[in-house]
Every structure is written in C-alpha cells, then in structure tokens.
Design a protein. Structure first.
Length: 575
C-alpha cells in the first residue's frame, strides 16, 4: 500500500516522490512546483482513477506454484480469513491456509492433502469462532470428498475422514454454520452425480474439542426422474444465524430447466424441494445468499430471455420473479455473483458482452418485493478483453459497504495478457449507493492475475484471492475497512459585486462516529487534483473559490491514526 503522510501538507513531498502517479501534492510544494507538477499530472491523468488503497501490498504468497484456477476464500466477523486452492499437475494436492485477525499479515503454514489423482475443486469456509473446514475433490477419476479442519485459535489444518466415493462431476457447494460456537464446526456439502442425475447432500460435524468427525447420511435432494441440468454452483448453499441452511440448483422438469430451492432446518433436517423459477423458460446457474433471520435472495440466468432474474423470500413469502438485467443484452452464462448482508442489503453482479465484456451490478432496494436498482456500470467496457472473472462482497458496515472485484484476459493478436485484479468500492449513504474510484492491486498486475475470488466480513474487512498466470502461485490481499465521512453536501454558490460574478463551491462533511480520524484528504473531481488535508472536527467545511460554471465533485478520504485510508467518497456539487 502507499506510505501514509506523517504530518501536514509539507510532508506530502515524500508521497509524491515515492508514489508519483498519485500526484498527492499540495501547499507550498504545489506553489513552488506547480507548472512541473501540472505537466506531470496531465501526462499521467489516465491513471489517476486507479488508486492503491488499504489492500495489503505486496500480496501474500499463499501457495507457491502449480495451482489451477480453483481458488476460494472466506472471512469471519473477527477478520480471520482462510484460502484454499488445488494443485493438479505436479503435486496433486488440495491446499489450505489461514490468516490471523488484524491489520498485519500473519499467516499460518500451508496445509495440504495429497489426492490419488489430479484434484479439480476445493472450497473453504470459516465460522465466527475461527473454526475452518476445507473440502475438495478430484472427480471424475477420484470420486472422493477430501476434507481438513482447523480449530479456532490455530492456523494449521488436520486431514479428517473422507466421506463419499461416488462423485463423478465437479459440481459441488459447501458452507458452514457461522455461529455454531463452542459446540462443533458444522457444515453441509452439496454435490451432483451424473450417473444418477441427482443432487445429494451430507452434513459434516467436527468436535472442536477432540477433532472427531461425524458425517451425516447421504441424502438425495432431487429425484432421479427429474434429470439435472447443471447441478449446484459453488455459491448454492448459505446459512442463516440460527443454523438453518438454504440450497438451490437447476434441473429439468417436464422438459424445462427450472430452479429448485430447499431448506435444511436446524435440528430437523432437509425439507422438500420447490420450484421457484418460471415454468415457461429455461434457466441455469442459480446462486443463493441469506440474511441473519433467514430471508433469502436467489439469482439465476434465464436462458430463454438471456437475462439475470431474481426472487426473494421474506418472512416465508416468495416475491414475484424480477429481471434485474437490462433487456436485449448478451449475458455471460457463468459469471453471476450475489452478496447479501445480515440486515438484508444485497448486490448482484454479472458480466455482459457488448461485444467486449463489461461488469454490471444492481442493488436490492426492497427485499419483500424483490425490487432492485437499474443496472449500473462497474467497469468501463473492457476493450480487447476476451473474458474475465468477477466476485462481490457486501457488509452492513456503516450504512452498507460493497466491494466488486474482477480480473481481465485480453487478446493482442495471438497473445493473451492479464492486466491484474481490479476492485471498486460502493458505500451506502442516506439510502443511496455511491461508487468510489476503481482500484488496481499492484501485485496482481505484476503477476498477471486470474481466477479472482472475494469474501467480506459483516464489519467490512475483506479478503481477496487470485492466481498468477506467470507462476501458478496463489496470492491474497487483505482489506481492513475504514469508515468514510458522513453528512456530506456540496453546493454551488454565486457572489455578485460591481458587475462581476464569482462562482464557488461549499463542501461540508462530518466525522463518522464509527471511526477514529487523524485527518481527511480532499480532492477535486479526481485523485489527480489534490485540495488539502483537514483535521477532524464537529463541523467540517471547505470553500472552493473561483470555480467554472459547471457542477463539479469532490473526493473525501478518511485517514486513520495508523495511516489506513477509507475509499474515496465522492460528493457531487448541486445548485
């Protein structure tokens, strides 16, 4: 991450010299070198929308060499995180690693399970006690579910008993109960078998005291007569805070591919699946997430309309089906991600092609009615990009915070390049989601990143994982959340005197009660136009004189005492 200023404006010279592309300059330094600085900023202005943020940099090398595209991450309320990957070629291992809570990168040693054939998939989750379970498989050659467990308060994983010998596809989902603290680590594995065209589930429970593992019975969730179309996605199961789990998958019913939903009730078991999609259009790739109280959001791809659809379950009542993507767009069939917070905020993300890929998102505005914002651009059109990976995290921090991450694969002639991992932050202010600047993770650019995955805690901390196309190694960056300013407003004013008119802007903001603040940094229009720093106070105001007759905007960055920064909060000037 960029070094942080240790004092007033005059001390930003060090930042300018070491991180010159950000043009963090101001005060006397700007006055003395304004012409040279202006030329420099103008020359590099295309880069100023991409700012290094609080993501740890350089990224931590979680696994060295020979990892496939399978990378997964998880994070709990304390900020403890876990990463899993598979190494199919030379090592034939399923890999897992944990990160201790805190802003400093402290990782345990890597743990592995050797498979009898090349592994194809690994998934990982962590509960709020720090207990973590990783599962993996090597289908279709090796039809076994492998698993390993790490007790809360430790960073090592121990292999636990295998469960299944009949899996013949890569379609598997896994999650653990986040709040089963002090009793055991409890999870559910969901998978599809092509030989019987059936979705199955098994529970797994690990005694946190003895480490003893108990696998539940193999339970068929769909009927063999139905015929599975795609089976479960990796995000096809989610737990609420009462130990209940919710699952979805797609299957063929009376000649039409439909989405089926099923609930596992804590202490009771698996219920009966119900169809929640339309019976007149074919669908696939459903994913699910759930609030703390058990309200459900599901999104899927409608093949017939080529759109992204959603349906919500609130207080036991299903909403109508809503199409959240625009009509007449080309939807990528396997790039859907969904995030839902404990309080019921939600964001859906997908990829469209125009013909180049573009990342779109929509935010849930009413859960009971399942209404959403209009689709918004997350990335600009990625000219030349062939494909990309996307993921999303969302939390209730502040009024709501979301992070969307993606990587790109671009073709230049016959060659392929991977520019890196990009993130974009959104913060909910007075009920409106506001986008921050796009961020490039510097380490990911150097390593040509792909297979990006993201997880976010309820408190707003985040973990991002990705694989290097250069080396096959797996990397991870950690984000400690910093709350932005609140109570923002910006008004354009006019003063007339002796026939002359001055146009000026008045920017106001307040301290966020959730955050200790050292000072604020303010920029005009972009991160290339630094205004100055401001000490925290009850009422904060900046008057910007002699402005052009157009509505500008300002960016406010909160800086903590330890130097970590919030994302740039944009405030639009109004009349």
């Amino acid at each position: 991450m960029f070094p942080k200023a240790e004092g007033g404006l005059e001390k930003k010279i060090d930042i300018f010299l070491s991180d010159s592309l950000s043009c963090f300059i101001g005060g006397d330094f700007m006055k003395r070198f304004s012409f040279r600085a202006a030329l420099f900023c103008a020359a590099f202005s295309p880069f100023f929308g991409v700012q290094a943020s609080n993501w740890t940099d350089p990224a931590f090398n979680v696994h060295t060499g020979d990892a496939s595209g399978e990378v997964h991450v998880a994070i709990n309320t304390s900020g403890e995180a876990a990463v899993s990957s598979v190494s199919p070629d030379n090592e034939s291992t399923i890999n897992a690693r944990k990160r201790a809570a805190g802003r400093i990168d402290t990782w345990g040693a890597e743990s592995t399970i050797t498979t009898t054939s090349a592994p194809t998939r690994s998934l990982i989750d962590i509960n709020n006690s720090g207990d973590s379970i990783a599962v993996g498989l090597a289908a279709p050659t090796d039809k076994t579910i492998y698993a390993m467990y790490s007790k809360g308060g430790t960073t090592t994983f121990t292999p636990i008993s295998i469960a299944e010998l009949t899996i013949d596809t890569n379609e598997i989902a896994f999650a653990i109960d986040p709040n089963r603290q002090g009793v055991n680590a409890f999870g559910i594995v969901l998978w599809f078998e092509s030989a019987t065209t059936t979705v199955y589930a098994r529970t797994i429970s690990v005694d946190t005291g003895t480490g003893a593992t108990t696998w539940g019975a193999k339970v068929p969730l769909s009927t063999t007569a139905s015929g599975i179309q795609t089976g479960p996605e990796t995000r096809a199961i989610a737990f609420d805070c009462s130990g209940n789990a919710y699952t979805v998958w797609s299957e063929t019913s009376t000649g039409v591919e439909v989405v089926k939903y099923l609930k596992y009730t804590n202490g009771v078991g698996f219920g009966t699946p119900v169809i929640i999609s339309s019976a007149t259009g074919s669908v696939d790739k459903p994913v699910i997430d759930v609030t703390s109280s058990g309200n459900v959001v599901v999104i899927w791809h409608n093949i017939t309309t080529n759109g992204v659809e959603a349906r919500c379950l609130s207080s036991g009542v299903w909403s109508s089906i809503t199409q959240i993507s625009s009509t007449s767009v080309d939807i990528s069939t396997d790039k859907f991600r969904l995030g839902v917070t404990g309080a019921g905020l939600a964001v859906a993300v997908w990829e469209e092609k125009k013909p180049d890929p573009i990342v779109r998102a929509a935010f849930l505005t009413n859960l009971s009615a399942c209404t959403w914002t209009s689709p918004i651009f997350v990335s600009s059109e990625l000219t030349g990009a062939d494909k990309l990976d996307i993921d999303v995290g969302i939390s209730d921090a502040g009024e709501g915070t979301a992070i969307i991450a993606w990587d790109e694969e671009e073709k230049i002639g016959k060659a392929k390049i991977y520019p890196g991992v990009f993130t974009k932050f959104f913060h909910r202010v007075n009920g409106v989601w506001i986008a921050a600047e796009e961020t490039l993770l510097p380490s990911s650019q150097a390593n040509e990143a792909t297979a990006v995955v993201l997880a976010m805690s309820p408190e707003g901390d985040a973990i991002i994982g990705w694989k290097s196309k250069n080396t096959g190694s797996v990397f991870a960056n950690y984000f400690p959340h910093v709350f932005p300013a609140i109570g923002t407003s910006a008004k354009q004013k006019k003063d007339r005197f002796l026939g002359q008119t001055e146009i000026y802007n008045v920017l106001r903001w307040g301290n966020n009660p959730h955050e200790a603040v050292r000072y604020y940094k303010v920029y005009r229009n972009s991160l290339g136009d630094f205004v100055g720093t401001f000490n925290p106070g009850e009422f904060l105001k900046f008057v910007d004189h002699n402005r052009p007759n157009r509505l500008e905007s300002y960016l406010i960055i909160t800086v903590q005492p330890d130097g970590d920064e919030s994302f740039p909060l944009r405030v639009q000037v109004t009349k």
